[in-house]
Design a protein around this ligand. Structure first.
Ligand code: SIN
Length: 270
């Protein structure tokens, strides 16, 4: 694909690209926004380096992709800030856990899960660590056997937010195989954190099929691993990816802010 205003360097065969030649502390031109949209859809997660952004800059970037939303759960790991759209993701020697240590898509327990999330880290551990892994659910779907694809078609799963965020968090039913609203490509839509069961199968069969799918989705073959530097940004498409935060840096500090963009409709069956 041709880009005129930005540079786009894929970081793995299936997922992820680093974007260059853009300054996110300033408003972008229509052409830059159009090219960022294309890169986001094509690579599923896009990365930026050396962007010393403010909350306003982060919010402006998000709004090029849609209205911003807020977290559906009462997470005590990430924190609210004085801006209703921005959550603080800060870990240090006092942390007893970090957010997102299992592969997951954000808040798939919501009836309409977020379209995507933008995480900015201004501080990273001095000796490395704290990478985030991203997995392409297009590639995971494509690698299933034709018989398994047929078997999964038409099934639904329950995504239970109380498993992660406790009482009062939504519980929703989504198709096991969904269709990305922009590309129309099929995606495996179950994940470690939120998916409690496959609804149409007997308990043991459903449990084993879900286990198979989660192990399959978590395979390194369809992942990339983002090595943070101070003032980097990761912006992922929550409709076709999973991600996992690696907590290998305690007691060092990793600190930043995340916003999320609202989804437009419940996930559609693929
Ligand atoms: C998350 O959004 O689940 C956390 C990602 C990260 O901290 O790398």
């Amino acid at each position: 694909m041709n880009y005129e205003t930005i540079t786009v360097e894929p970081v793995s065969p299936h997922i992820g690209a680093e974007i260059g030649n853009v300054d996110l502390t300033r408003p972008l031109s229509n052409k830059q926004v159009e090219e960022l949209h294309r890169a986001f859809i094509q690579h599923q997660v896009i990365f930026f380096r050396d962007q010393k952004i403010s909350f306003d800059d982060q919010i402006r970037l998000g709004r090029y992709f849609g209205p911003l939303g807020s977290h559906v759960g009462k997470s005590t790991i990430s924190k609210t800030t004085d801006n209703p759209y921005v959550r603080k993701f800060h870990y240090d020697e006092k942390s007893t856990q970090v957010s997102g240590e299992n592969f997951h898509s954000d808040q798939s327990c919501a009836e309409i899960p977020p379209l995507g999330s933008i995480l900015y880290n201004h501080t990273v551990p001095p000796d490395g660590g704290g990478d985030t892994m991203f997995a392409s659910m297009y590639a995971a779907y494509d690698a299933l056997s034709p018989r398994m694809k047929t078997y999964l078609s038409g099934l639904t799963a329950t995504h239970d937010g109380t498993r992660v965020f406790g009482p009062g968090t939504p519980v929703s039913v989504h198709p096991v195989i969904t269709k990305h609203p922009v590309t129309g490509k099929k995606v495996i839509y179950v994940n470690t954190d939120f998916t409690a069961k496959i609804n149409e199968l007997p308990a043991l069969e459903g449990e084993r099929v879900l286990r198979f799918l989660i192990d399959h989705c978590n395979k390194p073959e369809w992942t990339c691993r983002f090595r943070w530097r101070a003032h980097s940004i990761a912006f992922w498409d929550n409709r076709c990816t999973h991600h996992k935060a690696i907590w290998d840096y305690w007691p060092n500090v990793r600190s930043g802010y995340r916003i999320q963009i609202e989804g437009t409709a419940p996930p559609e069956a693929g």
